[in-house]
Ligand binder design. Structure first.
Ligand SMILES: [Zn+2]
Length: 234
């Protein structure tokens, strides 16, 4: 069995949706060999018209600086999807390789939903690593394809030495109330079936591996009880 490469997981809140008090968050993973891996980059510094529901909070570059990191220290950006509250700062990480599902990157090219944020995610292809489905990026760091919220959305699983395994569903399951095997389909969402399939996929992982910590993508109530940067999970 390969050695777990992961040392720490930091949680950062970088903004909010004030109307619903929803936190906008991203994550930093540090490896034993000194690599810094961001999971999403939060909101853009200047929020465009399309994102007027969002409000910037503590600047994410400043938060990284508070633990001694500059954007150039980021080796990898795991991009869960290109929505403006998850990929708003991609362009700041000029030394990083971006890791995204091939299906998502292809969809974003023509999907108007991602047009406003295109200057952030549309980076030179030699700096984008396209992946297909579930992938072990490093020992202890896995990407789990969870389409539904958008095509080719990915969730992330992090194995920590003391905390154990942590699942980050991101927007596959934004709120704890949605982490259920019940199909939540009132007919209003054409993607309800795909969301359901991805939710069940993650529930199966949690049960099979007895995962103790699932951090939902935008759950204000849960977020208040979590350790955030400069604290970390190890
Ligand atoms: Zn989101």
């Amino acid at each position: 069995m390969s050695q777990n490469a992961i040392k720490r997981l930091y949680l950062m809140q970088v903004g909010s949706m004030p109307e619903y008090q929803i936190p906008i968050v991203c994550y930093l993973v540090q490896t034993n060999d000194g690599k810094n891996i961001l999971i999403d980059t939060g909101l853009p510094a200047v929020i465009p018209e399309e994102g007027s529901d969002f409000e910037n909070g503590q600047d994410m570059i400043a938060q990284l600086a508070s633990i001694g990191l500059t954007p150039d220290d980021i080796d990898t950006v795991i991009s869960t999807h290109y929505d403006i509250d998850h990929a708003g700062r991609h362009a700041a990480f000029t030394k990083a390789q971006y890791v995204v599902q091939r299906v998502h990157h292809a969809d974003a090219a023509t999907n108007p939903r991602f047009a406003a944020n295109r200057p952030q995610w549309d980076q030179p292809m030699e700096r984008i690593r396209l992946v297909d489905g579930d992938v072990e990026l490093l020992p202890g760091l896995e990407l789990i394809e969870t389409s539904g919220h958008v095509p080719g959305h990915q969730s992330v699983l992090v194995r920590l030495p003391n905390t154990g395994t942590v699942l980050l569903p991101i927007d596959a399951v934004p709120f704890s109330a949605g982490f259920t095997r019940d199909l939540q389909d009132d007919g209003s969402n054409p993607d309800a079936q795909a969301i359901h399939v991805s939710t069940v996929k993650l529930l199966d992982r949690v049960e099979r591996e007895q995962i103790g910590l699932v951090i939902f993508g935008h759950d204000a109530e849960q977020w208040q009880g979590l350790k955030t940067l400069p604290e970390f999970y190890d």
